[in-house]
Design a protein around this ligand. Structure first.
Ligand SMILES: *Cc1c(COP(=O)(O)O)cnc(C)c1O
Length: 458
């Protein structure tokens, strides 16, 4: 052990991409032209882009080098076998099916195994997961523990599924449950981790009731790091070893390689069941491509294979989780309300608590989000009443929470960028009394947050 405490970025920079600076007046005009919806901004009008951590990471020089090794053969490419062995080595699953991103893996799995009226339990379904379950006329049921629903409550594993509720579901309506899912980390629940003990509990219930257990594994490495830090007896293990145990408890997984694959595109579906895998591959050929490329280029498969090795390195995960927590610590110390503790990939600002004078149907999340852009050129995303408040019958109600998520792209920003973001957040929190709500002037009926137009009130 050395005597130094600073956790440095575990890389140096070989290639840079210039940022474009804008003035506050320019940003006011740009945001108005974008109908006050940051999704409609051109990305080069944004200084620090924390819209998402999906596909926005920086690849390593080893990954860029691997791109040149890509074998673009339609069938049986060398790159597929490299990808397959990297995924199998990590997950242990028998069948490895590449897809162009995570939601394609979800669609293929659910279309193959769900029937109308089925129920899929999960800690919290991610929005594309829920949409793909509902597209099969099945029900997506969220069973996260009670602590996971309360932003201010501190708990080491707020992503855990409620095992008693899962058992009750399997006991009373088990015939309608074709599989059980758990999302690691729990993205829609604030990027919170799931413990090994909880995964073992799910495994035991699935064995008792004869159900297959699938992980939504998008952030498996971040989850493994939290287990190592927070779960008794895990501190001495390597993240890779913990990740392997997580996968060994499941029968399959869906994965977006745009997150912990450290790639800009890609995903996979993996499983042990022969019959399901065969049916999934047939559907894959129909919609994604031949089973040895699944909608990806050979070079994408190379980048993912290498990314899956880098993402479980200790130095990477220590920096990754600390850099998110660092932003959370800074804004919380200044009194800004956030979801606690910090998630693995993002800090979630509690806009409703910060802006109590703006009622949920005047969208406090949009007010905060737009102020972060105007004041500092920082882009996040609203996770609140705009995203979740519109119901299929056309009625509108407050979402459970109004949050602004600041997602941190992997290996992209340095500590000074994050210091700047904290400064912007604290500055905007200081002018909270001046912020005003918004009204929606036009919006589609589904997934309205992407394209809605807003108008400031007052
Ligand atoms: C991103 C994500 C998905 C979907 O993956 P895409 O690559 O965006 O299609 C599914 N589940 C979770 C938890 C995610 O974070």
């Amino acid at each position: 052990m050395h005597p130094f405490h600073t956790i440095i970025e575990p890389f140096r920079i070989k290639s840079v991409e210039a940022l474009r600076f804008t003035t506050r007046d320019e940003r006011i005009a740009t945001l108005a032209r974008a109908d006050h919806n940051v999704f409609k901004l051109a990305a080069d009008a944004v200084l620090v882009d924390l819209l998402t951590d999906s596909g926005t990471g920086a690849m390593s020089s080893a990954q860029w080098g691997a791109l040149m090794q890509g074998d673009e053969s339609y069938a049986g490419s060398r790159s597929f076998f490299r990808f397959e062995s990297a995924v199998r080595d990590l997950t242990g699953f028998r069948h490895i099916i590449p897809t162009h991103q995570g939601r394609a893996a979800e669609r293929i799995l659910f279309h193959t195994v769900l029937h109308p009226g089925d129920i899929v339990p999960n800690n919290t379904h991610f929005d594309t997961t829920r949409a793909n379950v509902e597209a099969e006329q099945a029900e997506a049921r969220d069973l996260v523990i009670e602590e996971g629903r309360q932003p201010g409550v501190i708990h080491p594993f707020k992503g855990n599924i409620d095992l008693a509720a899962l058992e009750a579901l399997l006991e009373t309506e088990g015939d309608r449950v074709p599989l059980v899912m758990v999302t690691v980390t729990n993205n829609s629940g604030g990027g919170q981790p799931v413990s090994l003990a909880n995964l073992r509990g799910v495994r035991a219930l699935c064995d008792r009731y004869g159900k297959p257990f699938f992980l939504d594994a998008c952030r498996f490495a971040e989850n493994a790091w939290f287990i190592r830090q927070r779960e008794a007896g895990q501190a001495g293990r390597s993240p890779r070893d913990i990740a392997r145990e997580m996968f060994s408890l499941a029968d399959g997984c869906t994965m977006s390689a745009k997150k912990d694959g450290l790639a800009n595109i890609g995903g996979f579906l993996a499983m042990n069941r022969d019959a399901w895998a065969e049916a999934c591959r047939t559907l894959l050929i129909l919609t994604e491509g031949f089973p040895t490329y699944g909608g990806l280029a050979g070079y994408d498969l190379e980048a993912i294979a290498r990314g899956l090795e880098e993402v479980v390195e200790e130095s990477y995960l220590r920096y990754r989780i600390r850099s998110t927590e660092y932003l959370a610590d800074k804004v919380r110390a200044a009194g800004v309300p956030i979801v606690q503790p910090a998630g693995g990939h993002a800090v979630y600002l509690d806009a409703r608590a910060l802006l109590p004078h703006i009622p949920p149907l005047e969208y406090p999340g949009i007010a905060l989000l737009n102020a972060l852009y105007v004041e500092g050129g920082v882009r996040g995303v609203e996770i609140g009443t705009v995203m979740f408040g519109l119901h299929p019958d056309g009625s509108e109600a407050a979402a459970p929470l109004d949050l602004v998520r600041l997602a941190i792209p992997r290996r992209v920003y340095t500590q000074s960028h994050i210091d700047y973001v904290a400064e912007v957040v604290i500055h905007v929190a200081g002018m909270r009394g001046q912020l005003r709500g918004y009204r929606i002037t036009s919006a589609p009926r589904v997934l309205r947050h992407f394209t809605a137009s807003f108008e400031p009130l007052g």
